[in-house]
Design a protein around this ligand. Structure first.
Ligand code: SAM
Length: 225
């Protein structure tokens, strides 16, 4: 799949996309992430892409024209399944949404900045508005990085052991069971005997029970879903 990220601060997201699972998925040809500097589509000599808000309130607003020019140019090159705007008042990002977006071929993620983008873009160009949580970030770059990471890691082959993505929290609306590694006894803190038993079926059963118990205790809302 291909993800195009549009930002006024591309240098914030670029290094992240080269590392870890997202970087490896790109090197394996499973994902392509292209980061675009919105200022390249500015129509002003000073490369600015923002202006004062109508109505006289505080802050600056990203203008229609550079964003429209950038998205239209990209859409002229290929079909995009979604043009996503990152925004605190959007639909809440979640594991099911990450799974769903990982099946798309091409998506655009537009990062806002300042007070946000001119609302007409949201009415006419944006197909989906997504929030990563009920708090306000300075820009959409961290939100785009969070989304790209969660989306790319569920693409088959992105993680060495594919099962490990499927057994993470929120797949099947359950929290993950606890995990342990060697040594089996550290300062008298022992790994549960069942995990050392070698009995595969009993271990899977124990993990499921742990997941259910932890979900009921920590996130009962998930079980209701
Ligand atoms: N004035 C906006 C509001 O109150 O909803 C907040 C603007 S915020 C300072 C600047 C940009 O950061 C937003 O346009 C958006 O792209 C991004 N952003 C901030 N918080 C976010 C969140 N929780 N999820 C996704 N994007 C967010």
């Amino acid at each position: 799949m291909r993800i195009d990220i549009i930002s006024v601060l591309p240098e914030l997201v670029e290094p992240f996309m080269q590392e870890s699972i997202v970087g490896r998925a790109q090197r394996r040809g499973l994902a392509e992430i292209h980061i675009h500097n919105l200022r390249d589509w500015s129509v002003r000599r000073d490369r600015r892409v923002d202006d004062y808000p109508y109505g006289g309130s505080a802050g600056m607003v990203l203008q229609c024209e550079p964003i429209d020019r950038c998205i239209t140019e990209l859409q002229g090159q290929r079909h995009y399944d979604e043009v996503i705007f990152t925004t605190p008042d959007g639909e809440q990002f979640s594991q099911p949404m990450a799974n769903e977006l990982s099946l798309k071929e091409n998506i655009i993620i537009l990062c806002g900045h300042y007070k946000g983008i001119d609302h007409r873009l949201r009415e006419h160009l944006i197909t989906r508005e997504v929030s990563i949580g009920d708090y306000v970030l300075t820009g959409g770059e961290l939100a785009a990085a969070v989304m790209a990471d969660a989306i790319v890691r569920v693409i088959p082959g992105a993680i060495g052991d594919e099962q490990s993505a499927l057994s993470d929290s929120f797949q099947d609306n359950l929290l993950a069971p606890p995990v342990y590694t060697r040594p089996a006894d550290y300062r008298g803190w022992r790994v549960p005997d069942i995990l050392l038993s070698g009995h595969e079926a009993n271990i899977r059963q124990w993990e499921l029970q742990q997941s259910m118990e932890r979900t009921a205790r920590l996130r009962p809302d998930l079980l209701k879903q």
